[in-house]
Write a protein that binds this ligand. Structure first.
Ligand code: SF4
Length: 246
């Protein structure tokens, strides 16, 4: 699906910045229809946005990347969400040949070896499929929040981002929400959530690479925990910061 290059003048971006989360989702659905979508890994923020969209703009697309290494809890949770909201989640997967080649060259557990190999695995399993998902969108809606980690503190609610040579409007409707805000919404609206949170996970990604966190730790400390001692341990997979791997 070929998309147009999106352009927005400062006035529109300012207007969007003044909207709350539900208004932003509604605006995206009304103005961009099938070219807007929530891209989520089914963490708590994604669930909040899906719940809001079910009222504010029913039919808004929901897309996810299936790395083939998700927890069983996550796979069954995606089905639970589909059932609850009567939606069909669009799954983007890695190219089998790329995964096969990577494993042949570096082994299945290459992410233990070095930061570069972890980023390479993330590139093959996450970033590249995510890029194909974004190629179908003009408006990328994501659950990034400022308080998720040190590296996300500057997350803008509304921004323009370049993706494969074209401009994409990136919306983070919950950018300014706290963790407490997210859970309060979930409990108030009886929103289903991934049961891994009840097992101590504060960030959810691939099995092995994501582990539960201890009280007081950064929310993303459980990601690639074996790199925590590195001086500058970047806890991003590349989807939101342009990582390319080795
Ligand atoms: Fe590979 Fe781990 Fe990244 Fe998943 S989180 S894509 S298994 S390195």
């Amino acid at each position: 699906m070929a998309m147009s290059t999106i352009t927005h003048d400062r006035t529109i971006l300012d207007t969007l910045n003044g909207m709350d989360a539900e208004e932003l989702l509604q605006w995206a659905g009304e103005h961009h229809g099938a070219q807007a979508g929530i891209v989520t890994s089914f963490q708590n923020t994604g669930c909040v946005m899906i719940d809001m969209a079910s009222r504010a703009t029913p039919g808004l697309r929901v897309l996810t990347v299936d790395t083939w290494r998700l927890h069983e809890e996550t796979y069954s949770f995606i089905e639970e969400i589909e059932e609850r909201y009567q939606i069909s989640v669009e799954r983007y997967e890695p190219y089998p040949k790329s995964v096969h080649r990577m494993i042949q060259q570096h082994g299945e557990f290459l992410f233990f070896d070095s930061k570069a190999k972890q980023e390479y695995c993330c590139h093959i399993r996450k970033v590249e499929p995510n890029r194909r998902a974004l190629a179908t969108l003009d408006v990328w809606i994501t659950g990034l929040r400022k308080d998720q980690s040190d590296t996300r503190q500057e997350t803008p609610k509304v921004s323009l981002t370049q993706q494969d040579g074209r401009s994409l409007l990136k919306l983070c409707p919950l950018a300014e929400w706290s963790e407490e805000d997210v859970w309060a919404y979930i409990h108030e609206h009886n929103v289903p959530y991934n049961r891994l949170y009840d097992k101590g996970y504060t960030s959810i990604g691939c099995i092995i690479c994501t582990t539960p966190t201890k009280p007081g730790e950064d929310k993303r400390a459980g990601r690639w925990r074996w790199f925590n001692s590195l001086e500058q341990s970047n806890k991003e997979c590349g989807i939101h910061n342009g990582g390319s791997g080795i």
